[in-house]
Write a protein that binds this ligand. Sequence first.
Ligand code: ADP
Ligand code: ZN
Length: 727
Amino acid sequence: MSDLPAGALAAVLTAEPLDRLLDYRVPEGGVAMGDFVVVPLGPRRVAGVVWGPGQGGFDPSKIRTIAAVLDVPPMRAELREFLTRAADYTLTPLSAMLRLATRVPDLGAPPGSRVLLQRGGGTPDRLTPARARVLDVLDEHGGAGFPPGELAALAGVSSSVLKGLESQGVLVRIAAPRDMPYPRLDPRHGGHALSDGQAQVAAELRARVDALAYSTTLLKGVTGSGKTEVYLEAVAQALARGRQALVLLPEIALTGAFLDRVEARFGARPAEWHSGVTGAERRRLWHAVAKGEAQLVVGARSALFLPFRDLGLIVVDEEHDSSYKQEEGALYHARDMAVLRASLSGAAVVLASATPSLETWVNARAGKYGRLDLAERFGTALLPEMRAIDMRADGPAQGAWLSPPLVEEIRTRIAAGEQSLLFLNRRGYAPLTLCRACGHQLGCHQCDARLVEHRFLKRLVCHQCGESEPIPTACPKCAVEGRLAALGPGVERVAEEAAALFPDARIAVLSSDQTESARSLKARIEQIASGGADIVVGTQIVAKGHNFPLLTLVGVVDADLGLMGGDLRGAERTFQLIRQVAGRAGRAEKPGLALVQTYQPQHAVIGAILQGDEDAFWQAEAAAREDAGAPPFGRMAGIILTGPDEARVFEVGRRLAQSAGALRKLGAEVYGPVAAPIARIRGRFRARMLVKGPKGVLLQPALSAWRAGVEVPANVRVVIDIDPQSF
Ligand code: ADP
Ligand code: ZN
């Protein structure tokens, strides 16, 4: 069916950073809305999507003709609408949204025309570093095949290296698995007998999926209450109705265990979508999703942009997790986009969490979202007992971080063969290195940030830009030798202290350092889960859904850490993080204990954490947010101005502040520019502004006109962040 006949004009959206549609002449055979096409653009050919009838107004003799219509399922109206609305909401160019929706190599290449390289049975005669990198890439992707070009690029080797390996049988050629079907999932396979509470919630969720209409439901329940068990029943219902389902997870390292669980429930593995999936596999999945053959996709936030044929359910697991906010490029929040996408495709959304975001909690209170609670842990597992340790009275000696009561509990656990987890949300050995001779603090030369000592790496690392340098012996400022001191604790230092206290204990550090691959992290987590450590010292990575059955003690090393600083979300984050971490203790039959080290046991947030009176906490937080006119009670946009020239950055900010009349007329307030909390990153100065508007007014059109109305020099960047995560 063609909407536009040959010779007519079509407006084509490409992923090029142009910020407008381009007119092309429709070729023989016509085109339909949503068709994927190839169009000439300057000397190149690029892929695009027919977005509407041409606008005209150009010199007709200059208009070029669509070069080809690709043989792939057209983009459905619903996805086009989603991209348009998401672009409008986040003030992101539509072309950038299309880029998210077409992250697949060789979209339209004919089937069977491609070969992949895969691991063969041979061993290389010599293992050069280049060859080792090729094998590493293949190993990391569990034996998947790669297009030769992609494999060479990922391993950073030339094609001759691949040819050499091929001639020795280390690599073999196979046909691309594009048409290899996904195994069918059986909604009646597996499944546990549910407890009464679980069965009730599952029935409600099934009914919402059965309504074949949009709805959003908060599924709230402590860690171990069976949220996953129950939302898999909703997935089963979507599959039984012949609709597709999408489960979003906040962390790639978690997908492996989750896929195993899905396989146990449905008898086959679902499709998987995240940055660690190979290009060939992404391409296969993209086509299978478009054709409706992939019934269930498990993935990262970008899976929201896949071309589902009939999406019936989106689950956002750990919906409060801050990693759902994309902080680069298109600044979108996956939770909000899931709700938008579902509303356009008539799907149910399930937002699952033990500690929901305040936004979701308020939406549920207002009746905008449904709310279902799982009150208890499944089976005999009990919630951990929580106690504060008043560090003013019971703290450790100077230079130590573990209080005597906590140390005693760890000792008891080791004797009983149980695990302890020490949580500190600080990577590295020490957050501050200072010269005791002159007082100089070691900082990054391109960021306004301290250098953090990492003792395992034997380097000082900047957590902003990732640059690192060897640890000097003399102060770089006053050149005095031997007076540099590491101040304050990071996880490595806590691990060192634990090792000194318990020399025979096996100690593991879990920290999200960029140097570790997802695969190796996953392997270490599994090793810990199976009893391979007595004491685990970890950053916030341990808060995310890992199941450690032997863990019965959690020690929060510094509960006050997130409560300082002016961020309105500080209390919410601290509450979520400590409750989540504490929830790791005592999941199996053994009861858990969480000890919270704090210098301010009377603090309201610490009190709420200990009492576990969650609704009271959220009530108070909601009131504070409402007073501040902050989301979800008001609308906010953050403006981030960056550039190498500080004066220019601020000048643009001041001009924006002066020309905000239209925004103010809408009832919005404009604050700033002020230096950002980290005022320089990678040599670029950073200033922030904040626009706060009343809830009932959509600010985006005015924001967009505002930015467009101020002249911005080429070396200043202005980014608008709708619903910023920190304010
Ligand atoms: P949550 O997602 O809330 O943390 P899970 O669904 O992961 O909870 O359940 C916690 C543990 O209890 C899992 O190991 C799960 O398999 C088990 N479990 C939960 N409900 C049941 C049930 N009805 N029958 C058997 N095991 C269950
Ligand atoms: Zn830096």
